[in-house]
Design a protein around this ligand. Structure first.
Ligand code: PGZ
Length: 139
């Protein structure tokens, strides 16, 4: 069995997730999974602002992306992935481009999320929910 990080997993991003930062995640979606998330949280208000909420929902076959500002969710952006499947491994790159986050999953899918909050404000990365996390690296 591969070594995994325990979930929820948290790590700080000391310089902030500035333009050019790349996060690589390798994981497995458990066979009974419903939902998991990858959150980039702001440094100044760690409890209330989520610069990016990336939320695969296996129970609905969608991925929801959103922000939370001052405790309130923004409007959801939904995509319809083929790459997150119960019982299957996945590899994901989250890249801070000039105007948007680019999320590349596997070899075939990528999504964009135009910044609502500056990516550099993200100082904390949190991964939680129904996922087994095998590798997580920030470049
Ligand atoms: O905050 C989450 C969340 C928390 C923990 C885990 C393991 C997974 C997800 N989910 C939020 C988030 O996806 C948000 C994005 O717009 O959408 C809301 S629902 C509008 C999600 O909340 P949740 O916890 O799935 O449901 C809240 C809820 C609880 C009871 C009744 C709604 C209705």
């Amino acid at each position: 069995m591969a070594l995994s990080h325990s979930v929820p997993f948290e790590t700080s991003v000391p310089e902030g997730f500035e333009i050019g930062t790349v996060l690589k995640i390798r994981g497995v979606v458990p066979s009974e999974a419903n939902r998991f998330y990858i959150n980039l949280l702001s440094c100044d208000k760690p409890d209330s602002d989520i610069v990016l909420h990336f939320n695969p929902r296996l129970d609905q076959s969608i991925v929801v992306m959103n922000t939370m500002e001052c405790g309130t969710w923004g409007s959801e952006e939904r995509v319809f992935p083929n790459v997150f499947q119960r019982g299957q491994p996945f590899e994901l790159l989250l890249i801070a481009m000039n105007e948007h986050f680019k999320i590349v999953v596997g070899d075939s899918e990528s999504y964009e999320f135009i910044y609502r909050l500056p990516p550099k404000r993200s100082c904390l990365l949190k991964v939680g929910g129904d996922v087994s996390l095998e590798l997580l690296k920030i470049f």
